[in-house]
Design a protein around this ligand. Structure first.
Ligand SMILES: [Zn+2]
Length: 61
């Protein structure tokens, strides 16, 4: 079963959802979206990255 993550789950008011076979793929795709659509601030992106990792770890467990 593929993993999925949405922008809402990392605290964004946004309907973007992405899925993939591994957590790495999903996080990579989400972070590319965040960088393009939401933030160019690497400090902020790092925070979203940490949040996304925590969510994926929970879902993959
Ligand atoms: Zn978004």
């Amino acid at each position: 079963m593929p993993l999925s993550i949405s922008c809402k789950e990392i605290g964004m008011d946004c309907d973007f959802v992405t899925d993939g076979e591994t957590g790495e793929i999903v996080i990579d795709s989400l972070m590319r979206h965040v960088h393009t659509e939401h933030s160019e601030d690497w400090f902020e992106i790092e925070e979203y990255y940490q949040a996304a990792c925590a969510i994926i770890q929970m879902k993959a467990a």
